[in-house]
Design a protein around this ligand. Structure first.
Ligand code: WTA
Length: 649
């Protein structure tokens, strides 16, 4: 564990919106009087009708979370219209294509035009306030237009990451009964094509079998690749938008009207539709974007995430555009055409703030320093990390080699559920320790508890809870409020339980240690082991499956599958390959198993519960520390599991 502390405050290029004293003062105020604190900061967005009530939240009983509830506003108005007078000609979105020769700049005025036209197209095809619109798109500006057009008319978007399979897409369409889909003919990543329209066609068939009929598919022409066309259902985006009116009045939305659904994995069951609402979410996304990244007017800001994940929602689109920033959207991957790509793009567009994931940093670190040092990167001022714990070695490389010891790193901890960043350094205010997300943002009250729920004080390690609400918090699981209460507020009564383990050091800094539930984090993609298991057992050869994570040098965690086969099946490499292909087909490439171990049995208690603790240890190749195995129904299976382990170091 690195004990180093970096006092970046003196020599950083940070222009420090906030110093440590101000952080301390504001933090205290935000906890002592949240009404007053958020009452003031809620005004950072424009309201058609100002709120008089600020906070009305309860983590007990039915759990009800409302912020700014009597205010009226509109997200697209805040992200576009209100900037037009001052910065109509400023670039809102820089788009960098997969191919380095492909790029485009969109001003705020052009953004207004595009979003209004698309909103009109949706309206004229019958999309109304409260309807769910599924967006399954590559990283092209039209993805942002689609999001903003939904918010303009009060439709609720549900973005499905382009790497998900037709099955996964169908599940999400069915769950929120979405009848309008926006997609592209094909996506393009690292020179490879992704058949988005074809996948959508397949997903719609599956949805139809589950009684949900998609009425329209709006298709962006990205590659002009060949697609099947269903004339009564499919609409070419470019044709419809060209014919639409260029103005569309923003709908007056209540602060608590739904803004978007985003499906995410938990420890059990199918993915949950995390629901975020309008006012509080935007206030929180824009405020964290400004202070966490030390964003100043005129900065070029780049978050490398995909809009299919929450990071793309809050920190490519909503936070930056609400702040009138120039946000860069990147279609490609870090190592195409070469491992210099990120830094080439930084130089090309003179990026000041750069936000990425540890898995990308580790992969690029492995490709060697030359790919970095041959670029200038002089424009960089703030670096950010998100999605998984960053190991101190990767942190040091990011700091020293990429940032040239001049750029503070903000290691931002948060979740799909939290809407925005909760624990993070602030450039200029927080001394940095490699591997620590450091301190809570304003209004955020972390608490560590033991497994019995007893509160742990001082220097300690435990389960991370948050004791009171913040404006960006999710409001419910779409269509299943009971599941919301059960998942987040029942483990430790009256507290939001994050699912993460965490350590607090002598300076009160927080160190996230990873998930304590059955969620794994593969290359920053969150996955429920139960989902991968259910994909595996749907294969004819598989009788039973148990999936755990294990430490992986680049991905953070890899996917390790233990499989018991049906009578008469042979566990060999051919079957391994078939199972990998099957999981990719069921969920998508991001869920590809890394290791598959066939075993005649799984370690179970006498009541039939699989002892995952043992499976995790064997997957980590730490089988000397298996702990108590005496409660196993058949302790003999453990010897076989150890003998045939697939991850021998
Ligand atoms: C993990 C991504 C350590 C954590 C924004 C959390 C992190 C899960 C960090 C949420 C970080 C995210 N340090 N772990 N800086 N950021 N995590 O919903 O386990 O895709 O619970 O949201 O990622 O993943 P999600």
């Amino acid at each position: 564990m690195s004990q180093k502390t970096y006092n970046i405050l003196k020599d950083a290029k940070s222009r420090a919106l906030i110093d440590d004293e101000t952080y301390q003062k504001w933090y205290k105020q935000s906890i002592k009087d949240p009404e007053k604190f958020w009452g003031k900061h809620g005004k950072r967005i424009d309201w058609f009708k100002p709120y008089t009530k600020v906070k009305n939240t309860s983590f007990t009983g039915k759990v009800a979370i409302k912020w700014f509830e009597d205010g009226l506003t509109n997200v697209s108005y805040n992200c576009i219209d209100r900037h037009l007078d001052k910065r109509g000609d400023q670039v809102a979105i820089i788009w960098e294509g997969d191919n380095p020769y492909d790029d485009k700049k969109i001003t705020y005025r052009e953004l207004y035009d595009q979003v209004c036209r698309l909103a009109n197209v949706m309206k004229s095809n019958g999309v109304k306030k409260g309807d769910r619109v599924t967006i399954y798109m590559p990283m092209i500006p039209e993805a942002a237009y689609a999001m903003l057009a939904c918010t303009r008319i009060g439709a609720i978007h549900s973005i499905v990451f382009g790497g998900f399979s037709p099955d996964a897409l169908a599940g999400r369409i069915v769950d929120c009964e979405s009848t309008f889909v926006i997609t592209a003919d094909e996506g393009l990543r690292g020179g490879k094509k992704v058949p988005l329209k074809h996948n959508t066609d397949l997903a719609i068939e599956i949805a139809q079998r589950n009684d949900v009929t998609v009425k329209n598919v709006l298709v962006v022409q990205r590659t002009a690749g060949k697609v099947e066309w269903f004339a009564d259902r499919d609409i070419w985006y470019h044709e419809a938008v060209a014919a639409a009116k260029p103005d569309c009045k923003p709908a007056k939305m209540k602060a608590e009207d739904p803004l978007f659904i985003l499906y995410t994995s938990g420890s059990t069951g199918k993915p949950k539709g995390v629901l975020h609402t309008t006012g509080g979410y935007l206030v929180y996304a824009s405020m964290t974007h400004e202070y966490v990244f030390d964003y100043h007017e005129g900065d070029i800001y780049w978050c490398t995430a995909d809009v299919g994940w929450v990071t793309g929602h809050s920190y490519i689109v909503y936070g930056p555009l609400a702040n009138g920033a120039t946000t860069l959207m990147f279609e490609g991957v870090p190592n195409y055409p070469s491992p210099s790509r990120f830094w080439d793009v930084v130089d090309k567009h003179q990026v000041n703030i750069f936000y990425t994931a540890p898995t990308a940093i580790r992969a690029l670190m492995g490709a060697g320093d030359d790919h970095v040092t041959k670029t200038s990167r002089k424009s960089l001022r703030t670096l950010g990390s998100v999605g998984e714990p960053i190991n101190p070695e990767a942190w040091e490389w990011y700091y020293n080699v990429v940032g040239g010891k001049k750029c503070p790193i903000v290691d931002t901890w948060w979740q799909t559920e939290t809407g925005g960043i909760l624990i993070t350094p602030l450039p200029g205010a927080t001394k940095l320790k490699p591997g620590s997300a450091t301190r809570p943002f304003f209004g955020v009250q972390p608490q560590l508890v033991d497994n019995d729920g007893d509160v742990l004080a001082g220097t300690t390690e435990g389960n991370l809870c948050i004791t009171d609400s913040w404006p960006g918090q999710m409001r419910t699981v779409y269509g299943d409020h009971e599941r919301f209460i059960q998942t987040y507020f029942s483990t430790y009564k009256g507290k939001y339980f994050t699912g993460d383990g965490c350590r607090r050091d002598e300076d009160g800094y927080y160190w996230i240690t990873g998930r304590v539930d059955d969620v794994i984090n593969v290359s920053g993609h969150r996955m429920g082991t139960a989902e991968v298991e259910s994909a595996l057992v749907s294969h004819d050869a598989v009788s039973e499956a148990a999936v755990v994570g294990y430490p992986h040098d680049v991905k953070g965690q890899g996917i390790y599958c233990y499989i018991t086969l049906m009578e008469g099946q042979e566990g060999d490499d051919t079957l391994r390959k078939a199972l990998v292909a099957h999981v990719r087909h069921e969920i998508g490439p991001i869920a590809s198993p890394d290791k598959i171990q066939f075993s005649p049995g799984l370690p179970k208690t006498r009541s039939g519960k699989i002892m995952r603790r043992i499976l995790r240890k064997i997957a980590e190749d730490e089988f000397s520390a298996l702990g108590d195995t005496s409660t196993l129904a058949d302790p003999g299976v453990v010897d076989d599991l150890i003998a045939n382990r697939q991850n021998k170091k």
